[in-house]
Each structure stands twice: as structure tokens, then as C-alpha cells.
Design a protein around this ligand. Sequence first.
Ligand code: CAO
Length: 424
Amino acid sequence: MSDNLPLKGIKIIDFTHVQAGPACTQMLAWFGADVIKVERPGSGDVTRSQLRDVPGADALYFTMLNSNKRSLTLDTKKPEGKAILEKMIQESDVMVENFGPGALDRMGFTWEHIQKLNPGMILASVKGFSDGHHYEDLKVYENVAQCAGGAASTTGYWKGENSGPTISSAALGDSNTGMHLAIGILTAYIGKQKTGKGQKVAVSMQDAVLNLCRVKMRDQLRLDKVGYLEEYPQYPHEMDAFKDGVVPRGANAGGGGQPGWILKCKGWETDPNAYIYFTIQGHAWGPICDALGRPEWKDDPAYNTPAGRQPHIMDIFGTIEKFISDKTKYEAVDIFRKFDIPCAPVLSMKELLHDKSLRASGSIVEVPHKVRGSYFTVGSPIKFSGMKPNVTASPLLGEHTDEVLAELGYSAAQIAEAHAAKAV
Ligand code: CAO
């Protein structure tokens, strides 16, 4: 546990729900910010009750995205609730929200009103599409964003039985947008220290996905110029795929200057994850030949340059696959790592959950929880030399309502009135 967390003293109104917003504020809370989650009385964030694994306890969906926060219930459509939120805005540095388009305005909290209440306020928003976009009115969830941001059209297979746009299970639309927003908030906060003024920070899920699909946009620009993409091993350039004139789905191709593929290992017939990812790094060709016991490939022009290898790259992957067919994914990686070859086993969620290194580094942590007992979660992926964020439990619904109201200066009688009015 560090008490030297750099964001200590920053007050954040966490008016977020589901994943995109909560992922952002959770990270800021890990690093010391005082994050107060504002939730509708009675129900709270919808993820508290979605996909429950323990009856009556907050679902993992909620606990894994809301650690280190406090919870205040507040009905911001009631005048008493509005007045409390206004006071919070006056006393906070940042408000983060990811409601549907226009919801905050309809509640009466327009940017103009927020600025009047607190000119230093940073208002950070996630929406599906950016302001002024021809789809700005659309509500958006993860997979919708993956489609709108270019990820789905470039993931999966192009032709054949399993072809069609494909969704990634990585939260490119949700958590990724939250991470972008966190960078925006910290940037605006540093800006405020120089100017004294807050500002509105917005990230659209479409833009955040597109930002991660930058290299696919690179490929479209190359395709427009050159007419084919040499690095897609399943589509040698004389094939039909590039005639469509759009970046094809890359399947398991490396996608950069280094061809790569997923290769079967011993046991793949019964174990769905008995595979490794193997990369043919140009300058590592010699070591690859040594690792495979194929020294004759080193001087063969059909093998010793990327251009020589490309027409039969899938056969080369086939040869490597044969070489590892009697080795587990771990044994295969143990051989190739000695030759400095970029590769790794395909790891399942189960393997990651029990991975000793991830436990030791704090990337997987066990957190005590008042109702659940304890739960595992993914800890901070960012490591610091001078501090170690300590992941604490997500709050129960309204757990800190009275405490937060008292800190805002409300008396015990006023707090009781707010309860009676069902504003909290
Ligand atoms: N007190 C009173 N009212 C509250 C409240 C509170 N504490 N918290 C929320 N509300 C109200 C909102 O004001 C809104 O009311 P109106 O529509 O009447 O103005 C209402 O709850 C619904 O909010 P919503 O539109 O955000 O919720 P939804 O479930 O219909 O949509 C989602 C969910 C995620 C599709 C939508 O919020 C959205 O598009 N958000 C932006 C993009 C985003 O972040 N998506 C990722 C979510 S993670 O997968």
C-alpha cells in the first residue's frame, strides 16, 4: 500500500455506468483520486445486478470495474438531488459521465451550467460518436463501437465458412475508451494548473476504436496505392481478396512487417488453447533455421529473404507446426525463447487467473469484499517504481452516502431530510 499516490487530493464525481466510464474512474481511483460514484437510489449501476454469480451480492461485472471508489446514491432528477449534485460540482475537480446522448443536459447539467457552478471543472464524457457526428444521437455498447470504429471489418476471416466481420473479446470500445478518457482528464488537469480553467474532455467510442485500428487505416492507404498487402500470408497478392479494394480481415496474420501465425502444439485436438503465436522476425531468420534444425534454409533464396518466403509462408508455418507437434505450448516456447524468437503460448483466462507471475506483479489480485467474501480482479497494468496501487473493494450501493453528504457540510437533520425525500 502506498500513501504517496500522486492523484491524492483530486476529487472526482463518477457519474458513470456499465464499463467505459467506470474503467476510467477506477484507474484514477487506484492512483489516489477520491472517486465518488453517483448512483440512482434503489438500483445503482446496472452492472451491480447483471450476470450475478452470488445471489444478493454485487456482480463481478460491477466489482471488477469499481474498486477503490465510494458510493453515493442520488436521484438527480429530484430538486433535492440536483441541489446536492450542484454542491458536489462546486467542490470537485472532475466530473466523468457516460450517459446516452443528451441525458446530462436533460437533467439540467449543461456544460454552461456546470461552468457557472465551477469554472475550474473538468467535464469528461464518453459517447458512442463525437459531437456533431451524423450518428451523434446513437446509444452505443462495446460491439457496436467495434463495428463503427473499423475493428470488426478487419478481424476474422474474409472468405469461407467462418468468414464475416468479427468482434474481439478485448474491450476495445469500452475500457479502451475509458483509458483514452483518463489521459484526457489528466491532460486537462495539468492544463488547469496552468490556466486555472477547466474544460470539457470528450472521447467517442468510435474514435477510440479507430485509434487502435491505426495500422489498418495505414493498410487501406497502402492498398489504395499499391493494390495488394504483402504481409497477409493467406492472401498472396494475385488472389481475389484485394480486388475488393478494402483491407481484408487479417485472421491471425502478423499485420506488420513481421509475418506471424497461430500454430498448433501437442494436444490441440482436445485442448482448445494448445497453440503458440510464432513471429518470423526478419533478422531472426538464422536463429529460426537453427531452432528448427534447418540450416540449409539460411542460404536458400526461396527462404533467406522476406520476399523469397512470402509466396510459401504458410508452408513454412506448416513446417514449424510439424516441428512442435510433439511439444506442449510451454515446451515449444522454451525452445524458441533460447533463440530470441518473439513467441508466446496462447493462454486461457483460467491459466491467467492462476499465473504466478501475474499474481506476484499485482496484475491479478484478490480483494476482500464485505458481502462476497473476496473476489479476484485484474489489477493495475501500469507499474511504478515509487508506488504500488492497492486495489480495495468496490463500494456497496450507497455505502458512503451519509459520509459524503456530511463532508459536503450537510447536517444530520438535512441528511435525514434528503433520505425522507428519497433524493438519496
Ligand atoms: N438519477 C436520476 N436519473 C438518472 C440517474 C440518477 N442518478 N442516473 C441516470 N439517470 C437517467 C438519465 O438521466 C437518463 O434519463 P433520460 O433518458 O430520461 O434523460 C436515464 O437514466 C437513462 O440513461 P442512459 O440513456 O445513459 O441509459 P441507457 O441504459 O438507456 O443506455 C448506454 C445505456 C450505455 C447505451 C448509454 O448510456 C450510452 O450510449 N452511453 C454512452 C456510450 C457509452 O458509454 N457506452 C458504453 C457503455 S459500457 O458498455
